[in-house]
Ligand binder design. Structure first.
Ligand code: ZN
Ligand code: ZN
Length: 273
């Protein structure tokens, strides 16, 4: 199994970081978790493409995590000539979001159907809305879910993906909570979106202060990783985004609380498990 960080950014625009998104490749089964800005470009960099996706999983409906879903849907549709269904799993509200997205895309859908004889219908998106605790299979990848805590965003859903004896937790934006502990228990890699609490606290901007109460800090992520016995902690969606010379400081802060490997990645960092 490989996981590729297809987007390590956050809502703050960054020329070298696409929006939040992580790609899992379990053999030929490609699963995308979240669809932040620029994800289709990064998928190309990860030797994947929307038509290769067995499914897309959404952790929550915050715009930074799904603003490129329209690109995934459209590219999947065009590249499969309208002959394949995109499977999408997300929290309640996902079906309405997709319906509205398709409505917004109606002019383009109409133009392409009119222009290409081979395309006779619009994008086929099969949405499954999840309740925390649901579990299901995507080919031979077992997916379990649990509630995470990112209030006032509700519900938010974290994922544990297992294949061939390897387990990964991708929990999205959340503070430490029981759901994360369940999903990340004993995993080979625990992928956590993080902020640096000490640095954010020093930014004199009320909206930046608001993010403190619904994200995990680096220290909290490391404490979670240690508590649940994860083998690796993968940091993504870093706020404020570090420059490579700052990575050792971030890793050192996590290492004070967690003895396993800490990975802080650039876009397209790939982890083989
Ligand atoms: Zn969020
Ligand atoms: Zn986010």
């Amino acid at each position: 199994m490989d996981i590729v960080l297809t987007g390590t950014g956050s809502p703050i625009p960054d020329a070298s970081r696409a929006g939040p998104s992580t790609l899992l490749k379990a053999g030929d089964t490609h699963i995308l978790v979240d669809c932040g800005r620029g994800v289709v470009m990064r998928m190309a960099g990860a030797e994947s493409m929307p038509p290769f996706l067995a499914a897309v999983l959404l952790t929550h409906l915050h715009s930074d995590h799904l603003c490129a879903l329209n690109d995934v849907i459209t590219t999947h549709w065009v590249m499969t000539q309208g002959n394949a269904t995109l499977k999408l799993y997300g929290p309640p509200g996902t079906a309405e979001f997709v319906e509205r997205q398709l409505h917004a895309l109606e002019p383009d859908i109409g133009y392409r159907i009119a222009h290409h004889d081979v395309i006779t219908q619009g994008p086929q998106v099969d949405v499954t809305e999840l309740e925390p605790g649901d579990s299901f299979a995507i080919n031979d990848v077992r997916v379990t879910t649990a509630a995470t805590e990112h209030a006032p965003v509700k519900p938010t859903i974290g994922f544990r993906l297992e294949h061939d004896g390897v387990a990964v937790a991708m929990v999205g934006d959340t503070i430490p909570c029981e759901g994360v502990d369940q999903l990340a228990a004993g995993v080979d890699a625990y992928v956590q979106t993080v902020i640096r609490r000490d640095l954010v606290e020093a930014i004199p901007n009320p909206m930046m202060q608001d993010i403190l109460d619904y994200h995990s800090g680096v220290v909290e992520a490391a404490q979670t990783a240690a508590r649940v016995g994860a083998r690796r902690l993968v940091l993504t969606h870093m706020v404020p985004a570090p420059t490579p010379d700052q990575y050792p400081d971030w890793v050192a802060r996590a290492a004070e609380h967690f003895g396993g490997e800490v990975i802080i990645g650039d876009d397209l960092t790939s982890i083989s498990l």
